[in-house]
Design a protein around this ligand. Structure first.
Ligand code: SF4
Length: 525
């Protein structure tokens, strides 16, 4: 996908408001960028003649999934093998997008390579060949539902839907019982999962919560009411931050969201200074903040949070700069920022979606211009269709470095590439040899004192640190790992200099690594 930068930033479709719109235009569009035909959906044509909605017009949310995708005007233009792949893979892994994403974020002339198409549409290589063929065979002979369900479930169980420990680690207790829907890993931050916010306006193909979206009930991790959260916070004055997360909490109606947010503003919880909401709604459904019928109520709620002297941060998931292009996406940003809330941008680095530096340069630059704060570049996690999406750590580092070196200081608030691993958030700081790190005499002295363990001074090693850690003493203490150009996750790294374990690991940890202990931290902290 490298080398296509620049193209994606140009608006690719000619939306001619007033000329092709079937509704009467009241003439304010050019000044405001907003169509004011309340409740009417304007319809236009893209360059190839497919109908498309006006992104700036108030529209109702319309999901697109396996049963409705064939109605899209773009569908028949796709190669038959691409359509088949969506149908087959979409039986196993979750598939949901919506009319806004389809009409305004995907460049159909570039599908299936288009990054947003890759982001929301299932792809053939997300399953291994034998599994793909098995499901395809079932569909071709219209196998009984129960038979199909059994095969689908078997394949899902093989995709690591239950990362070790995810429902047991970090779950705090209250009155000697686990508190449902809360995680507390780092001293100052509590994660809260409201039941009504455990879905999204569209599903990312790489989502590490995929198993919940396909209805593996035993993976549900959510709280119905905020009462336990409030009691827990009262008992923990060290907590300064609450992250409300999902899924996407912004799928909730404002009155439901209010039920969870309002109690956090009580004077008894004054120590909760920062309320964060993890969301991809500004990218996938900006109407949530502009034209949904409770959009204004939502902004009022945000204002109340700020008026209560709390910092409100939308931890916004942006995968690609195209998500910042539509006028309504920018209007949503302006309206949210107008409440006093801040928007921080973060995403994992994903092969086929954003695995080239220019995507990040453009994302951070445009984001900063719009008032967003670049926050994290994450590493893709070890679940679902990871083989299709993963990028080796050394490549992640190179992409980060190249992008970071091209942006101004205002974008350099971003941190990464970062892995939310069992001991904490591990960042790849660099690739270095001993010779590049030490001048000759120092190197000679170190070699003398450490002996052969030091190895070849010209061998590259990964330099890492913790941005956040279970033990605060580990934070920002560099450590070294052997250079491994295939390693794509922390568990695959080996300590450098012949050590049997990293300094923060206990005896035996290496043999029984904690694979993926948390559900949420990749995207949302
Ligand atoms: S990555 Fe985030 S926005 Fe995307 S499907 Fe998963 S929870 Fe939803």
């Amino acid at each position: 996908m490298a080398g296509v930068s620049g193209k994606f930033m140009r608006r690719r479709r000619a939306w001619k408001l007033g000329s092709e719109c079937r509704e009467p235009c009241i003439g304010t569009i050019e000044q405001t960028g907003l169509c004011l035909i309340i409740g009417q959906r304007a319809v236009g044509k893209d360059e190839e003649g497919g109908s498309m909605s006006n992104p700036d017009s108030p529209t109702r949310y319309q999901a697109v999934g396996l049963h409705t995708v064939a109605k899209l005007p773009y569908w028949e233009r796709l190669d038959a093998s691409v359509r088949e792949a969506v149908d087959v893979v979409g039986r196993v892994l979750p598939f949901r997008t919506n009319q806004y994403v389809v009409d305004h974020l995907i460049d159909w002339s570039r599908a299936p390579e288009d990054p947003i198409f890759q982001l929301v549409f299932p792809q053939r290589q997300m399953l291994d060949v034998a599994e793909f063929n098995e499901i395809r065979g079932l569909l071709r002979r219209t196998a009984p539902t129960a038979e199909e369900a059994a095969v689908v479930n078997r394949i899902r169980r093989g995709l690591n839907p239950h990362p070790a420990g995810q429902l047991t680690h970090n779950v705090p207790t209250l009155d000697d019982r686990p508190v449902q829907g809360i995680q507390h890993k780092y001293r100052e931050t509590v994660l809260f999962f409201p039941a009504a916010g455990q879905t999204c306006h569209a599903y990312c193909t790489y989502c590490f919560r995929w198993a919940q979206f396909v209805g593996l009930e035993d993976l549900k991790f959510e709280a119905q009411e905020p009462d336990d959260l409030v009691r827990y916070l009262k008992a923990h004055p060290e907590v300064t931050d609450v992250l409300i997360t999902g899924g996407d909490p912004m799928v909730m109606r404002t009155r439901v969201l209010r039920r969870y947010v309002e109690p956090l503003l009580s004077p008894e919880l004054e120590h909760v200074q920062n309320i964060r909401i993890g969301t991809k709604a500004i990218a996938y459904w900006p109407q949530r903040f502009v034209s949904d019928d409770d959009a204004d109520d939502c902004l009022r709620l945000f204002e109340e949070v700020v008026a209560a002297d709390r910092h409100l941060a939308l931890m916004s998931h942006y995968s690609h700069p195209v998500e910042l292009e539509p006028a309504i996406a920018r209007t949503a940003i302006q309206r949210i920022r107008g409440t006093g809330a801040q928007i921080r941008m973060q995403a994992p680095l994903i092969r086929h979606v954003n695995d080239y530096p220019d995507a990040w340069v453009e994302l951070w630059r445009t984001g900063v211009r719009l008032g967003l704060i670049p926050y994290y570049m994450f590493v893709e996690r070890d679940t679902g269709a990871r083989d299709y999406f993963e990028v080796p750590l050394t490549r992640c580092y190179e992409i980060f470095k190249k992008a970071y070196s091209q942006v101004s200081g205002l974008s350099r608030s971003v941190r990464g590439p970062s892995m939310s691993a069992f001991p904490g958030k591990v960042r790849i700081l660099g690739i270095a040899t001993l010779r590049t790190m030490m001048e000759g005499t120092v190197l000679a002295a170190v070699k003398d004192s450490l002996g052969p363990e030091l190895g070849d001074p010209d061998t590259p090693r990964l330099v890492c640190d913790f941005i956040q850690a279970r033990d605060p003493e580990w934070v920002k203490r560099p450590f070294f790992a052997e250079f491994d150009e295939d390693a794509a996750w922390f568990d695959e790294l080996r300590p450098a200099f012949g050590k049997s374990r990293f300094y923060f690991e206990a005896e035996g940890d290496r043999e029984a690594p904690h694979a993926l202990p948390e559900l949420t931290e990749l995207l949302l902290e």
